[in-house]
Structures are given as C-alpha cells and as structure tokens.
Design a protein. Structure first.
Length: 364
C-alpha cells in the first residue's frame, strides 16, 4: 500500500512539474522577452530522479533590471519552489568548479533563450566545464583547494554546541567528497540525493574511504565526531599527499545587529521549506545519509538566519541519530512551526497553492 501511494504521489508531482515547466517557458517568452538572457532547469526533473516531493530546480540570467522580476518563490502542493537569478559571471565561476553547483552548467537544459548569442554563450560555458574536468593539473589544484577547505572545519570542538559541530563535520564531508570528485575528474551530478552512490562509483579513492565517510554521520558524541572527522581527513590527506593539521580553522559567523522585521523571511521560508520536507521523506524511506546531509544544509541556513534576524539559534542537528531519524524530524517540525508562526505574526505572507490551477490563477 505504501509503495502504491508513493508511486501515485510521484506521478502527480511529475504532472505538476511538467505543467510548471511549461508555464515558466511561456512566461519567459511572452512577458520577459528581451529582459532575460535564458532560463535553465536542472536537478531531479531533468535527470530522472524526481519523486513525490521533488521540485523543479530553475534559474535565469537577467538581461535588464526588469528581468529580475522573473524570480519567484512559492509553495505548490506542499513543495517549495525557487526560481532564482544568476549572473553570467557567477555561472562562469561555476563552470570553473569554483562553487559546488556544477550541475547548473553541466546538467542543465535550456527552457528559453533570448537569442542565438545567449545560447552560444551558455554552450561555451559547458565546453569550458568539460575542459576544466579534462585538465588534470586544474583538477588537482581544485582538489587541493576543496581539501583544505574541508580541513578548515576540523576544529569542531571550538564550534559551540553539538549541532554546530555536526554542521561543521557535515561541511567537512561535503568539501572532502568534492575534492575526491575533482581528483576523479568529475562532480556530483545528482546533488545530495545520490551522494553516497556517486562516491562508490568513483574509481580512484582511498581504501576504507566510504566507511570513514559514514562514521562521521554515525558519531553520537562530540568526542566520537571529532575523531571520525580527523580520521576522514587523515585518510584523504594521505591519499592526496597533502598535510592538513596546520590549516587554520574557519571563523564563526559574525554576529551584529539583528533585523526585527521577520515578515521579510517569507521568501526564505518558501525556498527552504523543501529542506524540512526532505527530512520527513528521509525518515519515511530510512535514507540516513541523505537525512544527515540535508540536515547539515538546513542547519547552515538556520544559523545564517539567526546571525541576521531576531530568531532563536535553532539546534536541529543535536536530534540526529543514525539509527532513528524520528527525533530529527520532530525537531525540524517544531522549528518549522515556530518560524512560520513568527513570520506570520510579523505580517509576512507565505505564498501557498494547493494545485497548479490555483497557482496559475494567482498570476504571480
């Protein structure tokens, strides 16, 4: 019965996303011609890994100030969507492996292009990405950069509470894994969803790497987490031939005057609501690795929020347990309810739509 329900839900989501993609394409063509260079989609809708709670990952490149209005955040049938702007300059940096967003270039499909020149420029970036991945010296340089970024997170004991320590350890894992991907001349095509599977498929990796990778997630105390993180770094460092113990630690987020107007966080929640949703799906499917990595991403968002706005310092990852994901989901649900309540009480309006026809009628 459970399998049937998920299958039906996935089919419904696929249909919603298909309608939304058509709507995005038509909106670009009829309302923003000349104002945006292109619109691209990537992620699960493109690579075939979409499920019941999958959104459509979509970005655009503004050509004029008016073009920025193409961006939207909203929640449709329980899933958060974010249509966000990128500059050509940032996209070029991604093509040169400077951000962990490589699928935005390497696996993206164009929905709309304002001109052949825009199409050619995008395809040139895809060729630049392929050239970077084929350049062993460049990949080695980027591998070292990511590895040292991972090593900067190693001082978990100086990071405060266990949630923050786990966030640092999670970032250490993500940066270290990306270093290994560059060592193999590749990147993570499916984001976090198939992170472990893509690691397993990499030909060149140290013996025992996957075991050490999972031991970081399984650690149940600060001491165990510190040891597992250092073992992970030592394993990679020996494999790469790189020292890591003398790398300076990363500085904590600065804490200045905090904004009181929480109504501004409506768009933030519309975008990040999908992270809360992913944790619930992970519990349902017992996806422990994905729950940890998604929790790390959400904890990072919550920490950045607390550094800028008058909201509590939410300790989500303290509730993560490899053997039982229920406490994590319960904690995430409490945090989500509290944030939504604060946003609404401050006068924020969260754009929610039960169906695609309701969304379409709203004429956003």
């Amino acid at each position: 019965m459970g399998v049937s329900r998920l299958s039906g839900g996935a089919q419904m989501r696929k249909e919603i996303n298909k309608q939304l993609v058509g709507w995005i394409r038509e909106r670009a063509r009829t309302s923003f011609g000349g104002d945006i260079s292109l619109v691209a989609i990537y992620g699960s809708h493109v690579n075939g890994t979409d499920q019941e709670w999958s959104d459509v990952d979509c970005y655009f490149i503004p050509k004029t100030d008016r073009g920025r209005a193409f961006g939207l955040d909203f929640i449709l049938a329980g899933v958060g969507y974010d249509i966000f702007p990128l500059s050509w300059e940032r996209l070029q940096g991604i093509a040169h492996l400077q951000e962990p967003l490589v699928p935005l270039v390497g696996d993206a499909v164009l929905l709309y292009s304002d001109s052949q020149e825009d199409t050619d420029r995008f395809q040139a970036l895809q060729r630049e990405l392929a050239a970077c991945l084929a350049d062993k010296a460049y990949c080695r340089w980027m591998c070292e950069e990511r590895f040292y970024r991972a090593a900067a997170q190693r001082q978990l004991g100086d990071s405060g509470n266990f949630s923050t320590q786990r966030k640092c350890a999670g970032q250490l894992l993500l940066d270290g894994a990306e270093a290994l991907a560059f060592h193999n001349g590749t990147y993570f095509h499916a984001g976090l969803k198939r992170h472990g599977q893509e690691l397993e498929a990499m030909e060149k990796k140290p013996a025992g790497f996957l075991r050490r990778y999972r031991q970081v997630m399984e650690a149940e105390s600060p001491g165990a987490l510190q040891k597992a993180s250092e073992d992970f770094l030592a394993c990679l460092g020996e494999f790469f031939g790189l020292p890591w113990k003398a790398v300076p630690g990363e500085r904590p987020l600065p804490s200045g005057e905090k904004k009181e107007n929480l109504a501004e966080l409506s768009a933030w929640y519309e975008e990040c609501s999908s992270l809360f949703c992913k944790l619930r799906v992970c519990r349902e499917r017992e996806q422990r690795e994905l729950a940890f990595l998604s929790g790390v991403c959400l904890q990072r968002e919550l920490d950045e929020l607390a550094a800028s706005y008058a909201v509590p310092a939410y300790a989500l990852l303290e509730a993560y347990h490899w053997a039982d994901l229920t406490p994590l989901v319960q904690t995430a649900d409490r945090i989500e309810r509290d944030l939504v309540d604060r946003i609404v009480r401050s006068g924020g309006r969260i754009k929610r739509f039960a169906s695609f026809p309701e969304f379409e009628r709203a004429q956003l």
